[in-house]
Design a protein around this ligand. Structure first.
Ligand SMILES: Nc1ncnc2c1ncn2[C@@H]1O[C@H](COP(=O)(O)OP(=O)(O)OP(=O)(O)O)[C@@H](O)[C@H]1O
Ligand SMILES: [Mg+2]
Length: 347
């Protein structure tokens, strides 16, 4: 049986041009190439992850696919419709974009869902039923009848997610949907995304800069960096491509001098400081040195001596499983955290 292409993107580019003031009466044109020829497809029933650091071009891409922005060049089809068929595309997707700004803050949650449901021409009785179901599913409870402006950021994100589901569209486009959710709520939202995919065969584009999220959730992942897709595959395949490398995780006090000394060793592919939140769900962060090398068994003695000679105090060294973060480091030579300074633990 041939697969049904739900999204097809071919050679999309987007250049933003704006005037930048360089003096009281002087300005110059500023150009940002946000997308530099992006091509990929998503089949029906797939969860496709768009993974990349801040500024990679994820939101720009989603805005083009939801017809909020015009591309500079290239083409795309969503549910078989070209980007000029914006009404048909809008009816085909539920989108979670622009975070909490996707709601009317002066209205209650219920009024928001009624408003957006009506925009999609959902019949009144069906809309009432869906609102009740979403309220249950996302545990919105009393918040349904409170003005959105009184919500916490996390609660607003849940309501934006409810908004994306209200028209029961075959395609969901979710831009960093777990931003501002705590660990427990983020896990719950990912579970619902998975259920939407498994039980209702929804096709999903899931943008994130959190490697573990993409790994856990997505059937295929496109890693995007500086406006280009630099790798695209099943997460396991991407990690298997790094089979001949080892990853060491060093905990301790590691001055940058020590990191640089290790990174300059011929045995080492990269040595980056990564930061992630502690597993207990607190906001506390933990720093460690992530070393990618060819043969950890052989390299370990020189790594330890180089670190020590350069003032590092080592508390623990672990050899760990390859992650999508390592795939990113291997291709770009940078850590995702270099760009984002964020990390999230997935439990
Ligand atoms: N309206 C705009 N005008 C000018 N530049 C823009 C505009 N929107 C986005 N950009 C630039 O385009 C690039 C891509 O931005 P985009 O928001 O798509 O990245 P992103 O991958 O979604 O990042 P993040 O993880 O921070 O959300 C960035 O350099 C950004 O500054
Ligand atoms: Mg974004």
């Amino acid at each position: 049986m041939s697969r049904q292409r739900m999204i097809e993107v071919s050679g999309l580019t987007k250049t933003f041009r704006s005037k930048k003031r360089i003096g009281i009466f002087k300005s110059q044109m500023n150009e940002v190439k946000a997308l530099k020829g992006v091509s990929f497809h998503v089949d029906r029933g797939e969860i496709f992850g768009l993974l990349g650091p801040n500024g990679a071009g994820k939101t720009t891409l989603i805005k083009i696919l939801t017809t909020l922005l015009l591309p500079t060049s290239g083409t795309a089809k969503v549910n078989g419709y070209g980007l000029d068929q914006d009404k048909n595309i809008k009816a085909s997707i539920g989108a979670m974009l622009m975070g909490e700004r996707g709601l009317y803050w002066k209205l209650t949650g219920r009024e928001n869902l009624e408003y957006f449901g009506a925009l999609y021409h959902v019949p009144k009785k069906l809309l009432e039923d869906r609102i009740a179901e979403l309220s249950d599913l996302l545990e919105l409870g009393d918040f349904m009848d409170r003005n959105v402006e009184s919500y916490s950021s996390g609660m607003k994100m849940k309501m934006v997610f409810a908004r994306a589901l209200i028209n029961d569209a075959p395609i969901l486009m979710l831009d960093e949907p777990t931003n501002t959710l705590d660990v427990k709520e983020a896990r719950r939202l990912r579970k619902i995304v998975k259920e939407c995919n498994e039980n209702e065969n929804k096709t999903i584009i899931y943008c994130t800069h959190v490697m573990q999220e993409a790994d856990e959730l997505c059937h295929r992942v496109g890693i995007i960096d500086h406006g280009q897709i630099i790798a695209i595959d099943d997460p396991q395949e991407l990690k298997d491509d790094l089979q001949d490398t080892d990853i060491l995780s060093v905990e301790g006090t590691i001055p940058d001098k020590a990191r640089l000394a290790v990174e300059s060793l011929s045995e080492i592919i990269s040595a980056k400081i990564l930061v992630k939140q502690k597993n207990n769900g607190s906001k506390e962060e933990k720093f460690y040195l992530n070393i990618v090398c060819k043969d950890s068994h052989q390299s370990l003695p020189i790594i330890i001596s180089t670190l020590s000679e350069n003032g590092a105090v080592i508390r623990n060294i672990d050899k760990r499983e390859t992650t999508l973060e390592d795939v990113f480091v291997n291709i770009t030579g940078r850590s995702l955290m270099d760009d984002t300074r964020q990390g999230v633990s997935i439990n």
